[in-house]
Write a protein that binds this ligand. Structure first.
Ligand SMILES: [Ca+2]
Ligand SMILES: [Ca+2]
Ligand SMILES: [Ca+2]
Ligand SMILES: [Ca+2]
Length: 240
């Protein structure tokens, strides 16, 4: 009985007898590009279950099986970090629990890296920007030699400017595309409250212009008897 009891105690100890805490073998740090999901594999020296037990950014994570992910399997925006101190380094404490409830915690830092992203543009602000019809544009100044025909805006020989009403916000940046199809002399430019660079040769010109504000988008040809030319299209979209 004595030995049996001792063995019995020993058997009981065997059943719960793993007293060695697991070793976490996966990395305590990783980096991931913005706009991408996170799949940081969690591994240990023995069979474990994983849980999140703390860390400044615990709420920004979730664990699916043995994969550490962003909460709701989402993504991060480098330009708008939502970690506790907004430095794009997200800190979480994970816990590995083995079959005998031994635990080992690990602090993991996931760093979000920047990706060069194109500008986000708002909707097109120009109506009839390809001059498909003789409408929408108002001749602000100049003579009647200015016409819209053949998908182009044609200017005569005086200073001329065609405009259309559109809300243009002060200090906002507008991405403009101007296609100049002909320049006999002088120059032509697009304006969004502030004038863009005068163009003196045919070509496609993209330019971001910071607006002084106003209610007009305009295409203006230079003053003087020598100025004339044609424009094939104009586009203005706010840089958001
Ligand atoms: Ca163990
Ligand atoms: Ca971004
Ligand atoms: Ca941080
Ligand atoms: Ca970026």
């Amino acid at each position: 009985m004595f030995f049996g009891g001792k063995y019995g105690h020993g058997m009981g100890g065997f059943q719960g007898g793993d007293r060695i805490a697991p070793t976490v073998t996966s990395s305590a740090s990783a980096s991931v590009e913005e706009n991408a999901t996170l799949a940081h594999a969690l591994t240990a020296s023995e069979t474990v279950t994983w849980s999140i037990v703390g860390g400044a950014d615990a709420a920004r994570f979730e664990i699916s099986g043995s994969t550490l992910r962003w909460a709701a399997n989402g993504t991060k925006d480098f330009e708008a970090p939502d970690d506790a101190n907004t430095d794009n380094a997200y800190v979480v404490n994970v816990r590995a629990t083995d079959l005998s409830s031994n635990v080992t915690d690990q602090t993991i830092t996931i760093t979000v890296t920047d990706v060069a992203e194109g500008p986000v543009l708002g909707p097109e602000l120009v109506v009839n920007g390809d001059f498909a019809t003789d409408s929408d544009w108002t001749l602000d100044q100049g003579d009647s030699a200015c016409t819209i025909s053949g998908g182009e805006l044609h200017a005569g020989v005086e200073e001329q400017s065609f405009a259309q009403q559109s809300i243009v916000l002060p200090a906002a940046t507008y991405h403009t595309v101007l296609i100049v199809t002909a320049i006999a002399a002088g120059d032509v430019g697009v304006g969004v409250g502030t004038s863009g660079t005068p163009r003196t040769a045919p070509g496609t010109y993209e330019e971001d212009i910071v607006s002084a504000g106003g209610t007009g988008i305009a295409v203006g040809f230079s003053s003087g008897a020598a100025g004339n030319g044609a424009v094939g299209s104009v586009s203005v979209r706010q840089v958001l």
